[in-house]
Design a protein around this ligand. Structure first.
Ligand SMILES: Cc1cc2nc3c(=O)[nH]c(=O)nc-3n(C[C@H](O)[C@H](O)[C@H](O)COP(=O)(O)OP(=O)(O)OC[C@H]3O[C@@H](n4cnc5c(N)ncnc54)[C@H](O)[C@@H]3O)c2cc1C
Length: 385
């Protein structure tokens, strides 16, 4: 990687790499096979700063700039897709809206415990059984004000970390009139009466990252758990997703890097027709394309992060980075299996798992189609030359 990272960023990358290489990568196959979350490593992530990437230091976080945060998520993705998704969702989805839009009181009540590694994690529930891409029109979960409480009723779907979270930041409709000012975000502690978390979803991959349906039946939450202002939930959500997309792009770069490393190792060792398969141009081209796409994807992730850390608009850059990095990762992981031949299709080799993990990335936090929509809208809104 030749991008001009500062010495602090390089030291951070090395520290995270060293940690995940010891604590996360060796258990990646096991957590996927047994569908268990790697709590042992996660507990140690608190002191290292991996659980409070976007959280200011006064609330126990690391308060990192966006490039260093992306570096950490790439390293986690390189080590284990499941663990990386849980930690990316914790930081980018669960903690970020409170850190960015919550009151000081809300931050001090909810963030220190989840960033320390002593508590559980954080989650964000946007998607519902009938609404994913179309949040503005489709959200049916409702919060009604009753005295000093909000009373929440509804159902969420696909909530990453729901069963291992202290709280779920929940997107709700607070005004029946509809429109962009009718949605709000509310922090819902997971121990409240009326909140139930369904069994872990049976997924194609990422088995060590628990995903659940969540239902809310007359869940009473103090009014003070509202994030920021009532009616601004959609804009807070879209801004949160812009940041989350940099994370998913970085995670995809990490997955692709791991798949390329496995492919290089295998291509050097495996012989056919008396020569290592690495000597054949057909294999070399797949390796060359993979390395090229990884470099391009990482630069796009860093570019989006650079816009973010400089306070510039970054929605288009984040959408482009997510679109390119996730689709490149899928191609690279597909070709990694091709390079491994029949063994690539076996659970004995990591590329099979990495491929299944990578498949989610073009869907979660906005599908590729939605990224193209965001990019096209941004282009069409720009004044013509
Ligand atoms: C493992 C996993 C973890 C997840 N974690 C979370 C989480 O933590 N929190 C959370 O809230 N959600 C989470 N999700 C949900 C995820 O964000 C949604 O699945 C995703 O946004 C797509 O929504 P949907 O599934 O409802 O698909 P739909 O919105 O129904 O889309 C179906 C298809 O139609 C396409 N489409 C939709 N609208 C358009 C359009 N206008 N133009 C062109 N094409 C369109 C989509 O691209 C897609 O191909 C997770 C999902 C999975 C699988």
């Amino acid at each position: 990687m030749d991008f001009d990272l500062s010495s602090e960023q390089l030291m951070w990358r090395d520290a995270v790499h060293d940690f995940v290489n010891r604590e996360v990568k060796p258990r990646a196959a096991e957590v996927a096979e047994s569908a268990t979350f790697n709590w042992e490593a996660t507990r140690k992530m608190g002191p290292l700063g991996l659980l409070g990437l976007n959280v200011p230091e006064e609330y126990g976080g690391t308060g990192l700039e966006a490039i260093s945060a992306a570096i950490a998520i790439e390293e986690l993705g390189w080590a284990c897709g499941s663990t990386a998704l849980a930690i990316a969702a914790h930081n980018g989805l669960g903690c970020a809206p409170i850190a960015n839009f919550g009151s000081a009181e809300l931050k001090s009540r909810f963030l220190p415990n989840v960033v320390s590694g002593k508590g559980q994690l954080a989650a964000l529930a946007l998607t519902e059984p009938g609404a994913g891409s179309d949040l503005k029109g489709g959200i049916k979960t409702r919060a009604v004000r009753d005295g000093d409480d909000w009373v929440i009723n509804g159902a969420k779907m696909w909530t990453t970390n729901a069963s291992i979270a202290d709280f779920i930041v929940t997107l709700v409709r607070t005004d029946s009139a509809g429109g962009s000012r009718s949605l709000s975000l509310i922090v819902v502690p997971t121990n409240l009466v009326g909140l139930s978390i369904g069994p872990a979803e049976k997924k194609m991959g990422l088995m060590g990252s628990p995903t659940h349906a969540v239902s809310y039946q007359d869940v009473r939450v103090p009014a003070a758990n509202l994030v920021g202002e009532e009616g601004r939930g959609l804009s807070y959500t879209l801004e949160t997703l812009d940041g989350g997309r940099i994370g998913i792009g970085a995670l995809s770069v990490g997955l692709a890097r791991a798949a390329l490393e496995e492919s290089l190792r295998y291509a050097r060792e495996r012989e056919t027709f008396g020569s290592p398969i690495a000597s054949y141009q057909a294999i070399q081209w797949m390796l060359a394309d993979a390395a090229t796409e990884i470099e391009a994807a990482r630069l796009m992730v860093f570019n989006a992060a650079f816009h973010k850390l400089n306070g510039r608009p970054f929605a288009k850059q984040a959408a482009m980075a997510k679109l390119f990095a996730t689709e490149a990762a899928e191609r690279i992981c597909r070709n990694a299996i091709q390079i491994h031949g029949g063994y690539g299709y076996s659970r004995e080799f990591p590329v099979e798992r990495i491929y299944r993990d990578a498949r989610l990335m073009t869907i979660g936090e906005g599908t590729s189609e939605i990224q193209r929509l965001v990019i096209a809208r941004s282009l069409l809104d720009e004044p013509s030359a």
